[in-house]
Design a protein around this ligand. Structure first.
Ligand code: SF4
Length: 329
C-alpha cells in the first residue's frame, strides 16, 4: 500500500449472516460510492475473527466469507480500486490486539453497550466477546486509518480506539493517529416484521441477491404503518419502513408521489410496494449480473491480492509497535 496524502479509511463487515438489504443500503452502497470517488485510500475487511466471538459453524463461516466477498464485489467494491481482504488472512490483527490489550483497562471493556447486549442471558460468553473492542481497535490502528465509517452502534468502539491511541502513544511514543468515526448517513432499515433491526436470525430480512420473485414475496408481506388498516385510511409515510426504503432507492419524484398517495389514501400499500420492488429491481439487476459473472476462484484471487496489500502495511506497523514496546529478541 503506497503512502498517499489521501485519508485512509477502514471499515469492516462480519460474515455472520446473509447479505440483506439493510447491509446493502446501510453500508455497502456507501462504500461502493467511496470506491467510485477514489478520494480516499480504502480498506474493507471481512472480519471473520470477530464472527467467532459468538457460537458459529466452521463450514458455514467459510462459505459465508466467500459469499459475502462476492456480494461486496458485485455491489461495486472493485478489488483493483480498494483493499478488500479477510481479517484472519492478516494475522497481525490478532497480534496487535494482544499488544493493545496490555494498555486497555478491563473497566472500559465492561462498559461497552454491545458486550452487555450480546452477553445478556447467554449460557456461554466467550472471553473473545469481551475483548472484541480491542480487536476492533487493532483493525483500525494496524493501518493507521483515520476515518472509520460506522453505524451509531459502533461509535463507542471507535471512541475506545481513540482512547487506546492516547494511552499507547503516551506510554510508548507517537505511533498511531487518532481515528474518527464517520457516521453513516443511510437510514437504518427495519425488519419486514417492524422490528428495529433487520436480521436473518430474526427471520425478518430480505436477501439483497434473492431472486426477484422471492424478493417480492418478502417485500409484499412487510410491515407498514400499523394504523393503516384499510386502503381508505390515510397513511403516515414518516413511520413506514417502505417509505424509508423508497427514499433510499426511488427517484425524488416517486417519493413525493408515494407521500401524497399515502397521506391522501389514493393507493394501497400493495401498490406502493410494487413501485418500490420495481425500483429495487432496476438498481439490483446489474449487480446481480456482476455477481453471476464471479466464480469462487475469482473471489479467492481478489482476496489473496487484498491480503497481500494489507499485510505489507500491517507488518510495518507491528514491527514499529514491537520495537516501541521492547518486544522480541
Ligand atoms: Fe407505507 Fe406506502 Fe402503505 Fe403509505 S402506502 S403506509 S408509505 S406502504
Amino acid at each position: 500500500m503506497a503512502s498517499t496524502d489521501r485519508a485512509r479509511v477502514f471499515s469492516g463487515i462480519q460474515p455472520s449472516g446473509e447479505f440483506h438489504i439493510g447491509n446493502y443500503l446501510g453500508a455497502a452502497r456507501q462504500w461502493a460510492s467511496m470506491v467510485r470517488d477514489q478520494k480516499e485510500e480504502l480498506l474493507f475487511c471481512i472480519v471473520d475473527a470477530h464472527a467467532i466471538t459468538v457460537p458459529f459453524e466452521p463450514a458455514e463461516l467459510k462459505r459465508r466469507i466467500l459469499a459475502l466477498t462476492r456480494d461486496l464485489i458485485a455491489c461495486g467494491l472493485d478489488p483493483d480500486k480498494c483493499t478488500l481482504f479477510v481479517q484472519s488472512d492478516v494475522p497481525e490483527h490478532t497480534e496487535l490486539a494482544w499488544y493493545l490489550a496490555a494498555v486497555t483497562p478491563m473497566g472500559d471493556l465492561g462498559r461497552m453497550t454491545q458486550f452487555k447486549e450480546k452477553s445478556e442471558n447467554k449460557d456461554f460468553v466467550s472471553c473473545a466477546l469481551f475483548t472484541y473492542p480491542v480487536l476492533m481497535s487493532a483493525d483500525i490502528l494496524l493501518y493507521k486509518a483515520t476515518v472509520v465509517p460506522v453505524g451509531d452502534d459502533q461509535v463507542q468502539h471507535v471512541e475506545l480506539a481513540r482512547e487506546t491511541v492516547r494511552r499507547f502513544n503516551h506510554r510508548f511514543g507517537e505511533i498511531f493517529p487518532e481515528p474518527h468515526p464517520r457516521l453513516s448517513t443511510a437510514t437504518r432499515i427495519k425488519g419486514v416484521d417492524g422490528n428495529a433491526k433487520m436480521s436473518k436470525s430474526k427471520n425478518n430480512s430480505i436477501a439483497t441477491f434473492s431472486p426477484p420473485d422471492e424478493f417480492w414475496g418478502k417485500l409484499r408481506t412487510a410491515f407498514t404503518d400499523p394504523q393503516r388498516l384499510r386502503k381508505s385510511d390515510p397513511g403516515r409515510p414518516e413511520v413506514c419502513n417502505i417509505y424509508t426504503m423508497h427514499k433510499a432507492v426511488s427517484p425524488e419524484a416517486t417519493c413525493n408521489e408515494v407521500y401524497a398517495n399515502c397521506t391522501q389514501a389514493k393507493w394501497g400499500c400493495m401498490d406502493c410496494k410494487k413501485v418500490l420492488w420495481e425500483n429495487f429491481d432496476r438498481e439490483l439487476t446489474p449487480l446481480r449480473e456482476k455477481r453471476a459473472s464471479l466464480d469462487d476462484d475469482a473471489v479467492r484471487a481478489a482476496l489473496a491480492k487484498g491480503a497481500e496489500k494489507a499485510r505489507a502495511t500491517a507488518k510495518e506497523t507491528v514491527t514499529e509497535v514491537r520495537t516501541a514496546m521492547g518486544l522480541g529478541s
